[in-house]
Design a protein around this ligand. Structure first.
Ligand code: IPM
Ligand code: MN
Length: 362
């Protein structure tokens, strides 16, 4: 019997509610598919910081290293701890575990309404591959002459050959696997999200790596869009896109727009992946911790449940992952249970319960 150890970090705000639904759903599919999961909760986050002066223990990565995968609810509550401190938890795990791919599927499920008119289940089916460990998030820089009229700040993006190449290569491999255009070449397309007209070093370098990698994938269509124009195309012609590869910051920005295409933040899940499995990968809903909704059981748990689906896919439990997706689609298509973001009154746990019932048949 396969067995997995999963670390659960519920985090702050609504993270606790959605983590509960994620964990319960993981248990339901494990029971159905006959594998074991051993989950352990870690109460790291803003309350932990207020008590201990750190957002997670110094040994956090050593502790997490023993797990097969990590689920993160959401982190941050600016009323308790400034965001640039609390979010070091997320960024330290991404970097420390070399989770260099941020995988963000953008798919609109039937029964879900997007605020974007052009978005329908037929038109929205794409994946953003976001470089996740360097680029604009390299944390290189400093403050100078603070407190004087000459004060200034420097924030430097670092783009390495290896860092760009492995993200771009992952995108091409994924397009090859997805085969959005069918079996005959081109089987898919990788859109290079860039801004080399203005960022004349970093993005020109990024483009050159894209070109080099693309040459190794003659069966996959190449495509390029400047990040500003790409936001326009996402809205105007979402059906055009297959796989998009973007730097850390650009990927961050365009995936919030992507979340709207897929019906809102309540549906958007992401994986922070270390493809070599040297370190555990981490899966999370991409929404924030929404402290004002905390404890009210009104947020949509689907993004968290979808993160579990992605985790299972990564762990090689594809059937279990598919089962979650089928149950989510069934629940949404029936449309009886709708959380507040969908215009309904169902509670977080009611949505979770219905999805689990669709999985187990009980
Ligand atoms: C995300 C978030 C994070 C990011 C923040 C919370 C640091 O917006 O995962 O998209 O910018 O990567
Ligand atoms: Mn973001």
């Amino acid at each position: 019997m396969s067995s997995y150890r999963v670390a659960i970090i519920p985090g702050d705000g609504v993270g606790i509610e959605v983590a509960t639904e994620a964990a319960k759903t993981l248990q339901t599919v494990a029971d159905k598919h006959g594998f074991r999961v051993e989950m352990e909760n870690f109460n790291w986050g803003c309350d932990y910081y207020l008590k201990n002066g750190v957002i997670m223990p110094a040994r956090a990565l050593d502790i997490l290293q023993e797990f097969n995968a990590i689920f993160l609810g959401c982190i941050g509550d600016a009323n308790k701890v400034p965001d640039h401190i609390s979010l070091t938890l997320l960024l330290a795990i991404r970097k420390g575990f070399d989770q260099y791919i941020n995988l963000r599927p953008i798919k609109l499920y039937p029964g879900v309404e997007s605020p974007v008119k052009t978005a329908t289940p037929e038109t929205v089916d794409m994946v953003v591959i976001r470089e996740n460990t360097e680029g604009e998030y390299s944390a290189a820089g400093g403050f100078f002459k603070l407190g004087s009229p000459d004060a200034f700040a420097i924030q430097t993006g670092i783009f390495t050959q290896k860092g760009c190449e492995r993200a771009i290569r992952y995108a091409f491999e994924l397009a090859r696997k997805r085969k959005k255009f069918g079996d005959k070449a081109p089987v898919g397309m990788v859109t290079n999200c860039t801004k080399s007209n203005a960022l004349n070093y970093s993005m020109v370098f990024w483009d050159s790596v894209y070109k080099k990698v693309a040459a190794e994938y003659p069966d996959v269509k190449t495509d390029v869009a400047l990040v500003d124009a790409l936001t326009m195309w996402f809205v105007k012609n979402p059906e055009y896109f297959d796989v998009i590869v973007a730097s850390n910051l650009f990927g961050d920005i365009i995936t919030d727009l992507g979340a709207m295409l897929q019906g809102g933040m309540g549906f958007a899940a992401g994986g922070n992946i270390n493809p070599e499995n040297i370190y555990p990968s981490m899966f999370e809903p991409i929404h924030g911790s929404a402290p004002k909704y905390a404890g009210k059981a009104i947020v949509n748990p689907i993004a968290a449940i979808e993160s579990i689906r992605m985790m299972l896919d990564h762990l090689g439990e594809e059937q279990a992952a598919l089962d979650i997706q089928k149950a989510v689609v069934k629940t949404l298509t029936l449309g009886k249970v709708k959380t507040a973001d969908m215009g309904g009154t169902s509670k977080t746990h009611e949505m979770g319960d219905v999805i689990r019932k669709a999985i187990s048949g009980k």
